[in-house]
Write a protein of this length. Structure first.
Length: 232
């Protein structure tokens, strides 16, 4: 990875400009650096520049890097599809889980968090689909299923419901999809006032996400460069 300082500065400048354009307070959006397929040493280099939040979309990769970087005060975020057989290890790590999309996963995370005696922050992943349902799912609960899932998570002794996460549909303007997500988030907060976080936006669409109210951006390519061969 070349020139991490320049990449990080450029991403932060884009975020600041997007906040300004949306009339939002500077620093209101949190950057999550997504390190998938990049080695732990690349994460270490970015962390040395003051970046503290890092995300991974594969459980084993997250656990391996967290172990290699245990000397650093990092906050880990899990942003991929989480299988139940890996959920307990992710919960014990204390990673914020952005991709809770079904009750069975929430129950597994809840048990693990209680056993670890460590409350776990989670977001519900929403399938935004396409404007007319034309897009195949990119993961997540349907908007209609979110209220019931949110109630179940809110009742869990080991989980803290923090908000929603989504990925914009491919091949279309992301702003309408993010606006749908923002409207759903507003309805969620009416029932769960603590669910204030909105994880949306990646390298190509962060401006649209910030304009729609995103509080967390998941940035990989613009920060670390093009992906290498996926880590298994």
């Amino acid at each position: 990875m070349e020139a991490p300082e320049q990449h990080l500065r450029a991403v932060r400048e884009r975020i600041t400009a997007a906040e300004r354009a949306a009339g939002r307070d500077p620093g209101s959006v949190r950057l999550i650096a997504v390190g998938k397929t990049f080695p732990a040493e690349a994460i270490r280099r970015v962390a040395a520049l003051g970046q503290a939040d890092f995300g991974e979309n594969r459980a084993q990769e997250l656990l391996t890097k967290a172990g290699e970087l245990a000397d650093l005060p990092l906050q880990w975020h899990f942003i991929g599809q989480l299988q139940r057989n890996k959920a307990a290890a992710v919960a014990r790590l204390g990673a914020v889980v952005h991709s809770v999309d079904r009750r069975s996963l929430a129950e597994t995370l809840d048990r693990a968090a209680q056993q670890a005696q460590r409350p776990l922050d989670v977001l519900l992943q929403v399938d935004l689909g396409g404007p007319e349902g034309k897009e195949a799912a990119r993961g997540g609960a349907t908007p209609a299923d979110v209220p019931v899932l949110a109630d179940a998570v809110a009742r869990s002794a080991g989980l803290r419901l923090r908000g929603l996460m989504a990925v914009a549909p491919r091949g279309e303007d992301p702003r309408p999809a993010f606006d749908r997500l923002a409207a759903l988030a507003e309805r969620l907060r009416a029932d769960h006032p603590g669910a204030t976080e909105l994880s949306a936006g990646m390298s190509a669409d962060l401006e649209a996400a910030v304009a729609a109210g995103a509080t967390h951006l998941r940035i990989g390519t613009a920060l670390l460069g093009n992906r290498s061969v996926p880590v298994r």
